[in-house]
Design a protein around this ligand. Structure first.
Ligand code: HEC
Length: 246
């Protein structure tokens, strides 16, 4: 039995280990997004936010609307009426209408495609970034970000989060670190609701970066169930064989 376990253990570890995420940047504090790809309701809420607030500037050009609808159990009426603003055919890729030149003249940089951002930066980075915006009269947009200093993206969801200013502490060696935020005016959501919405959005972006993960996730659970049953059977069999020997 021990040798069976020894043989199975590496397999169990391989199946249960989360994909190693490449973290972007170094040293900065990231909050955990605790994403859960099995939570389809969360993925659907994230998808709504994404198509309503992000697709106007960013593309997700690897994803088609109808694939997203199938994967996340979104019905076609909902898809057409609530989610398809940049396109009118469900089979279309999630592109934006704004040209790269327009975006550049308006924002100074072309907003990057977000298809793979959850893989390049990791979910915790996105979650922290989306909660790191604050008012800064010194920048062109009037916004800044604790994780991405002098970011060219304005705080798109400020109506949800409200306006905040950030306080920084400067250490004796000159290093600046975030001490906290002050709420200047409230948004339509409280802090907990906003965090929840950003968790849903991050969850969706993780799905977006690797749609096949949803399928693997489902298969993975069945593989684990099978292994547990199999280990139980193997153990019962071993006991049965050794009963007469003892
Ligand atoms: C008004 C246009 C605009 C909208 C709308 C917008 N963004 Fe951005 N976003 C930008 C720009 C411009 C950048 C590049 C910032 C830079 O390089 O300074 C950016 C950068 C980012 C980045 C960093 C990407 C990277 O790889 O560095 C993420 C993540 C991001 N946006 C997420 C979002 C999400 C999520 C939404 C929807 C809630 C959204 N953005 C809506 C303009 C926009």
């Amino acid at each position: 039995m021990k040798s069976v376990i020894k043989k199975l253990l590496p397999l169990v570890l391989v199946f249960s280990s989360p994909a190693a995420m490449a973290a972007g940047g170094g040293g900065e504090h990231l909050d955990s997004a605790y994403i859960n790809l099995a939570d389809k309701a969360s993925l659907r809420r994230g998808a709504h936010t994404f198509v309503n607030y992000c697709l106007s500037c960013h593309e997700a050009s690897f994803m088609r609307y109808d694939r997203m609808a199938r994967d996340l159990d979104i019905d076609l009426t909902d898809l057409r009426e609530e989610m398809m603003f940049a396109s009118d055919r469900p089979g279309d890729l999630m592109k934006v209408n704004m040209s790269a030149e327009d975006a550049e003249s308006w924002l100074g940089v072309t907003p990057p495609d977000l298809s793979l951002t959850a893989r390049s930066h990791g979910p915790d980075w996105i979650y922290t970034y989306m909660r790191g915006f604050y008012r800064d009269p010194g920048t062109a947009t009037g916004w800044n970000n604790t994780l991405f200093p002098n970011v060219a993206m304005p705080h798109i969801l400020y109506e949800w989060q409200g306006l905040r200013s950030a306080n920084f502490e400067v250490a004796s060696n000159g290093a600046k670190s975030l001490a906290g935020f002050d709420q200047i005016s409230p948004g339509s959501m409280n802090a907990e609701e906003y965090d929840g919405a950003m968790r849903d959005l991050t969850n969706f972006m993780v799905y977006l970066a690797e749609p096949a993960k949803l399928v693997r996730y489902k298969i993975g659970i069945w593989v684990m169930v099978f292994m547990l049953v199999f280990i139980g059977l193997a153990y019962a069999l071993k006991k049965e064989y050794w009963r007469d020997v003892h």
